[in-house]
Design a protein around this ligand. Structure first.
Ligand code: NDP
Length: 458
């Protein structure tokens, strides 16, 4: 395990901070402390636990600008998008305010007769939250806030690329009244995450890549504790020939593909367009992407900043080379940008097909492939030609047509005339290589408890 973690600013490559990694001995101690603390926390009334989370939300809002600057400094996310994420994540807290009591309270199933039957929902215990760097507020809140409200304690491991933000979560949770034996933030890289898998914990909640998720599921399988995996995607968007406003469809599709530099689990990763509107759509799409301001992520009107991880530049270059070799037509970008930082020019290919890696493998960057289709059936076949199952979108003016297509998608989420969107009101779940289990919605509240059946004879 590395002794220190260097926090680099992706816009410059400069080291902004050096943090000491949590040692294995400290991790053992943390797990023991969290175990003891959890027993007390589970007895705290639900409303008091919720009040802590509401105060946490207020503190996050009150310190939004500073927190956004920290997020931008360590991930390169443009500052306006950092502010949006921090503001938007508050909807998880509102969801808990409105729904936690409903889904966590005791249920009386049979209230009369010789034998009464009830269900109580007990916390899992100590859970690990091993998280990703791309939307640390959203994906973090989906897990640790819901876990805490349900009476669990949390060992939180932010990605090494979002550690400063993870430390802010701990600071403000403590200030909000969450005891420090209920939430611990770990500093470390993948090896630290690996050690967490060996601790005697009661659940593993992971957000990250398919490769690491699969490894985690296999490693902890023998413990027979809940494992949830929120993994990647290769999310398709199909633009049918009946869209009324092709330019608007292109603008929305481009935003879905390039927001947060394409580093979203549910980013649009491949686009299929009906041959009848193909040329018009592609021209509007290229014009929109060409208008994006690329630059310093601290500047308010920057839309494309640096990639968070330098290593991703190679993934993008390889996909670009492969697409060119196989005959795709490059319309924009196609190269890293000279100078400091991990910048890649927003890149658009057309005339793509499924022999190309950029239509099959997760890209996770500012690069998109567009393919022409001649029918809904062809589009459906291509959309489903993937090992992933996170989201799928259709743009069409005909709701019935869109629903017929979306019903055939083997994905956790489908979108009609929208994309790249998460709401706390409905489950967030992936199928096959996109994951296991749900966060958000009633399912996401119940994910952090285990039911106990009571058979009572008064
Ligand atoms: P990784 O899988 O690389 O890492 C995720 C987390 O796992 C990090 O905290 C990482 O630590 C840790 N980790 C790495 N190796 C191990 C190990 N052997 N044991 C335990 N933990 C380990 O994913 P990324 O951070 O690169 O995140 C990007 C991926 O996440 C994309 O595929 C994206 O689609 C997906 N994602 C899915 C979401 C969803 O809701 N479905 C939401 C957001 C992202 P460290 O970073 O310190 O190495």
């Amino acid at each position: 395990m590395q002794e220190n973690i260097a926090i680099r600013n992706p816009a410059t490559g400069a080291v902004e901070a050096t943090l000491t990694s949590t040692t294995t001995i400290e991790l053992d101690v943390m797990a023991a402390i969290l175990k003891q603390g959890q027993r007390k926390w589970a007895k705290v009334p639900l409303q008091d636990r919720l009040n802590c989370i509401f105060r946490f939300g207020q503190l996050i809002s009150a310190n939004k600008q500073e927190l956004a600057e920290i997020l931008t400094k360590e991930t390169g996310k443009p500052i306006t998008q950092s502010l949006n994420e921090i503001g938007g994540a508050q909807n998880r807290i509102e969801h808990l305010r409105q729904n936690a009591a409903k889904w966590l309270s005791e249920e009386v199933i049979v209230g009369e007769g010789a034998t009464l039957e009830n269900i109580r929902y007990e916390p899992l215990g100590v859970i690990a939250n091993i998280s990703a760097w791309n939307f640390p507020y959203n994906v973090g809140f989906n897990v640790f806030l819901y876990a805490l409200v349900a009476g669990n304690s949390v060992l939180y491991k932010p990605s090494e690329f979002a550690t400063l933000t993870g430390q802010q979560f701990a600071k403000y949770l403590y200030q909000a009244g969450v005891p420090d034996d209920i939430f611990k933030c770990v500093v470390g890289d993948g090896e630290t995450g690996q050690y967490i898998l060996s601790l005697p914990l009661d659940g593993y909640f992971f957000t990250g890549s398919y490769k690491t998720g699969l490894h985690i599921a296999k490693t902890v399988a023998h413990k027979l504790v809940p494992v949830q995996l929120e993994l990647g995607g290769k999310d398709p968007l199909y633009v049918t020939d009946d869209v009324t406003d092709i330019e608007q469809a292109a603008v929305s599709a481009a935003e879905g593909a390039f927001y947060n530099n394409g580093q979203s689990c549910c980013a649009v990763e491949r686009i299929y367009v009906s041959e009848k509107i193909y040329d018009k759509f592609v021209e509007a799409f290229v014009a929109e992407v060409a208008s994006y301001k690329v630059g310093d992520p601290m500047t308010v009107d920057t839309f494309i900043g640096p990639l968070t991880r330098a290593a991703q530049l190679t993934v993008l270059s390889d996909q670009v080379k492969d697409a060119l070799e196989k005959g795709a037509r490059l319309r924009l970008g196609g190269h890293a940008l000279q100078g400091k930082g991990y910048y890649y020019a927003p890149t658009v290919f057309e005339h793509c097909d499924h022999s190309m890696a950029l239509m099959i493998d997760e890209t996770f960057g500012p690069l998109i492939g567009i393919q022409k289709v001649s029918s809904d059936e062809e589009a459906i076949g291509l959309m489903q030609d993937t090992a992933y199952g996170l989201t799928a979108a259709v743009f069409s003016s005909d709701r019935n047509r869109a629903m017929r297509i979306l019903d055939q998608m083997d994905t956790g989420t489908v979108y009609w005339n929208c994309c790249d969107r998460v709401s706390p009101n409905v489950p967030w779940s992936g199928r096959r290589n996109s994951g296991l289990g749900s966060t958000l919605s009633a399912q996401g509240i119940r994910a952090f408890v285990q039911p106990k059946a009571y058979h009572l004879r008064p």
